[in-house]
Design a protein around this ligand. Structure first.
Ligand SMILES: *Cc1c(COP(=O)(O)O)cnc(C)c1O
Length: 386
């Protein structure tokens, strides 16, 4: 062990990961209250309020169901509740989370077609249309709004036009989309949206949601794949009573309620605009000091960066943590050790971006790439996007 501790700029741990994200103090306070029993009037009132708030967030007149799970639980629930035995799916794959839809289909024996694009590319709505036209047996399309593994945004509005006009169902994993990018469910015609609490909802992991548009409420009825805990008919049935079918994650539901209250105060459009500005600031600042963008269609939730020549991505990740107390994500699968992913969804503002960019600038200089000006580039981009 070395006798001198390493140089440090901060002893306060900071998260810039694409989930879990940093939890604002107001939400931490909500989490620290004594949890009431879930079959009480006081909790029923909260449960009903949060369910209504989630409808506001999704801009739907349908129903939003809460499940005790991470985001993948809601993805699985969607597959087993929508797909009848033998019914065919189309999955859109451009990264780890698109692959997850395919893996769920495999696990449940759902026959599926896929559209696969190289990592960092968006899915073309025209390709979706062509695939649907070529195979009339496809009933349901499984998509992602923000592919977190590649920091790529997909045009769900355009994809929904193709599914709606053909009478196909569209399911969107918007786990890093909701609260970041616009996704007005009913207006765009998205049948089902899934989210998880630890991303755009700024809360700890443990609540997943399934939002059913009014025109998709009956999609979960009838003969479907085997389901018990994830049987959404049970969740729907108990919703009007202000209760969940099974014991809910009470404290986390308080947290999600406060998260949505914060978004209501800021205004949904302003929340989306702030995320666009945060993303613009990160992209500009990082490019100023020699990073390049991995995605050809960058999302506003997370930014995937390739380091300047001669600098190892894994060395940057390590130095950010050891010297600056900052955790970011690396790449996954074939991009492991090749890129860094900086998350900026939730309650971040420009001053947080200065923190991560200032640290990135220190890291690349320490690792041999001379560069400066990241924070001023970020501020210029923020102002230009305002
Ligand atoms: C985080 C995430 C998920 C779900 O992951 P969990 O670990 O189950 O919460 C699914 N899709 C996307 C796009 C994600 O970012």
């Amino acid at each position: 062990m070395s006798a001198t501790p390493p140089f440090k700029t901060s002893t306060r741990p900071r998260l810039f990961t694409p989930g879990p994200v940093e939890i604002p103090v107001r939400i931490l306070r909500a989490l620290s209250q004594v949890a009431p029993h879930h079959r009480t009037d006081v909790f029923r009132a909260t449960y009903t309020k949060v369910s209504e708030d989630l409808k506001w967030l999704h801009q739907t007149q349908g129903e939003v169901l809460m499940l005790a799970a991470s985001g993948t639980g809601a993805m699985e629930a969607t597959v087993v509740n929508l797909m009848a035995p033998g019914a065919k799916a189309l999955v859109l794959v451009g990264g780890k989370f698109g692959e997850r839809w395919a893996n769920l289909c495999k696990a449940f024996g759902v026959p599926y077609e896929s559209i696969t694009v190289e990592w960092g590319n968006a899915i073309s709505p025209a390709d979706v249309a062509a695939k649907l036209d070529a195979d009339a047996a496809i009933t349901t399309v499984f998509a992602t709004q923000s592919e977190t593994s590649t920091a790529t945004w997909y045009d769900i509005q355009a994809i929904a036009k193709e599914t709606r006009s053909r009478g196909k169902r569209l399911v969107v994993d918007a786990i890093t989309g909701v609260g970041v990018h616009p996704l007005p469910q009913d207006e765009w015609g998205v049948d089902v949206i899934v989210t998880g609490s630890q991303k755009g909802l700024m809360s700890p992991p443990g609540v997943a949601t399934v939002s059913l548009a009014p025109f998709a409420l009956d999609a979960i009825e009838g003969d479907k794949l085997p389901r018990f805990y994830w049987d959404l008919r049970k969740a729907r049935k108990s919703l009007p009573t202000g209760e969940s079918a099974f014991t809910p994650p009470v404290s986390l539901i308080f947290a999600v309620g406060v998260a949505i209250a914060m978004m209501r105060e800021e205004g949904l459009e302003n929340v989306h605009r702030r995320h666009a500005k945060l993303a613009a600031a990160v992209r500009a600042g990082a490019q100023r000091i020699g990073f390049s963008l991995f995605s050809k269609s960058p999302a506003n939730s997370v930014t995937a960066l390739l380091p300047p020549a001669g600098v190892e991505a894994s060395a940057v990740v390590k130095r950010l943590r050891e010297v600056h107390g900052i955790t970011v994500a690396g790449g996954q699968d074939h991009m492991k050790g090749k890129m860094i992913r900086v998350g900026h969804m939730g309650s971040y503002d420009l001053s947080d971006i200065y923190v991560v960019l200032g640290a990135l600038e220190e890291c690349v200089n320490a690792l041999g790439h001379k560069a400066d000006g990241a924070c001023s580039a970020a501020r210029e981009a923020w102002e230009a996007a305002s």
